[in-house]
Design a protein around this ligand. Structure first.
Ligand code: UTP
Length: 474
């Protein structure tokens, strides 16, 4: 970028800014120091101007409602296989057998999405480094990567793992993995790739915002950024080179996630689904999880903010919520499906959210707003669902597989305290199945690298645990 290095705005970029109606930035450029021009020039040269046009149109529409939603009054909850339920159309035992065989054959890979900014949690660093273990203080990364260590021990094969980072989390994540010896996984079986950023726009004017004099206000492009980033980084080819045919994705903030559950994988494989997904039974209309629905024969996930309150509260005659299949973002994909989807630029639509985004104003002052002033754009991986030829929905018990860390202490849900309670409760239930008692009020935790389920617990029945303990740790 010779021109920007010399402090001159490249004519191509100047023209694009002009065409995109970005008068504020063009005016600001003239007042910038050389160093700021260099960095801003670099940010601008990465802008996708066609996409910016699309983003401006969404901003001008002024609504957070997802465009192109079908008429949800025609939607219903699709049939779900229920984990462990004997009268499923596919017997659970058969699914376990099939999933176990795939894990033993080494044909299953995993993607951990860990590029989010974690703004609600307010933790200084990537969420993966948050010490969430109720007794051990193990980080989210340690607990989740531990599950792949345990799977290797049980099935005798590595599960190749791709970790998605972002500009917000990349270097701290790589440093962490180096420092912690990849949490016990083979480093050559981990592929770290970085998702893209998208610019934030002023919510009223649609102008590009600057975070500093010489930097655009940028944010990761949502967990759906995974699709393009995986393809561009060579991640899909890497999975193919590792012998992976099916990939599970899971999120860094859910330490109870069970992406490698053999029964779940078995259903995915036996139904020959392109896209399988774990759901929990929604009990309250206000639960902030998306709903898996079938509308006009097409499966999709409807964000909770897109589901009109009356429909969200609608119940069937048996008292169940009409839309009860709550998405927890644990998915399984056929690798071939991801390859097909990645080949299309428009596979995933943009969603918009109003957020408080710090910016430099026209006088050059940095403003940190308290209320939303900007629009951020994100893609969601679940929007791939309508493109799948076959979708398999598997209901799991939330107490076994869903405890997300989203909010700072004091919030009504999804705080560290809630996650601790869920992890301890889960450990207690598994221990109880082996006849092990835990004294009231005592915190217990399972070492995820050693214990997948109660069969891995070696303490003798009748043991009583009287003080905080990490079970499974040598
Ligand atoms: P959330 O939507 O909860 O976002 O992400 P977040 O960034 O963690 O938290 P807030 O909304 O700023 O408070 C759900 C999962 O998707 C990942 C996150 O890391 C988390 O695992 N994610 C989210 C990405 O990988 N990239 C993104 O751009 C957004």
């Amino acid at each position: 970028m010779p021109n920007a290095a010399a402090g001159v705005l490249e004519p191509r970029i100047a023209a694009a800014l002009h065409d995109a109606g970005q008068a504020a930035l063009l005016a600001a450029w003239d007042r910038l120091e050389a160093a700021d021009r260099r960095t801003l020039g670099a940010d601008l040269s990465a802008v996708d101007w066609d996409l910016l046009r699309e983003m401006r149109a969404l901003q001008a529409a002024g609504t957070t409602a997802t465009p192109g939603l079908p008429d949800l009054t025609r939607a219903f909850t699709p049939p779900c296989l229920v984990l462990g339920q004997a009268d499923n159309p596919i017997p659970p035992g058969r699914a376990v057998e099939r999933g176990t065989a795939a894990l033993a054959a080494g044909s299953v890979g995993a993607i951990l999405v860990a590029g989010g900014q974690g703004s609600r949690l307010g933790y200084d660093g990537p969420k993966g480094l948050y010490p969430v273990g109720p007794v051990s203080k193990a980080t989210l990364f340690q607990m989740l990567l531990g599950k792949l260590v345990a799977a290797r021990r049980r099935h005798g094969r590595d599960v190749p793992l791709a970790i998605m980072t972002s500009s917000a989390t990349d270097s701290a994540t790589r440093d962490f993995l180096a420092r912690e010896n990849s949490c016990g996984l083979a480093p050559d079986r981990i592929f770290v790739f970085r998702q893209a950023d998208l610019p934030a726009l002023d919510a009223t004017t649609g102008q590009l915002l600057r975070d500093r004099q010489g930097r655009l206000a940028l944010a990761p492009d949502g967990h759906g950024g995974m699709l393009t980033a995986l393809a561009r980084s060579g991640g899909l080819d890497w999975f193919a080179s590792q012998g992976v045919e099916h990939v599970v994705s899971f999120q860094v903030d859910n330490p109870l996630a069970m992406p490698l559950h053999p029964e779940f994988l078995g259903y995915h494989l036996l139904t020959e689904a392109d896209f399988s997904t774990q759901v929990i039974r929604k009990r309250e209309p206000g639960e902030r999880v998306g709903a898996v629905v079938d509308c006009d024969g097409v499966h999709r996930v409807i964000e909770y903010s897109d589901l009109p309150p009356a429909l969200a509260a609608d119940r069937s005659a048996d008292g169940r919520l009409r839309f009860h299949a709550g998405s927890i973002a644990v998915h399984a994909f056929a690798r071939a499906f991801l390859e097909r989807a990645a080949a299309h630029r428009d596979s995933l639509p943009l969603h918009i959210a109003f957020k408080a985004v710090p910016f430099v104003d026209e006088r050059g002052e940095r403003i940190v707003p308290r209320s939303p002033n900007a629009i951020k754009f994100e893609r969601f991986i679940f929007d791939l669902m309508p493109l799948a030829r076959r979708v398999c929905v598997v209901e799991i018990d939330a107490a076994d597989g869903f405890a997300p860390l989203k909010n700072a202490a004091g919030a009504a849900s999804d705080t560290e305290a809630h996650v601790h309670a869920a992890l301890v409760d889960h450990a207690r239930r598994l221990l109880a199945r082996r006849g092990i008692e835990v004294a009231e009020g005592v915190a217990v935790e399972l070492d995820t690298a050693r214990i997948i389920d109660e069969h891995d617990i070696s303490l003798p029945a009748g043991t009583r645990i009287e003080s905080p303990r990490v079970v499974g740790r040598a």
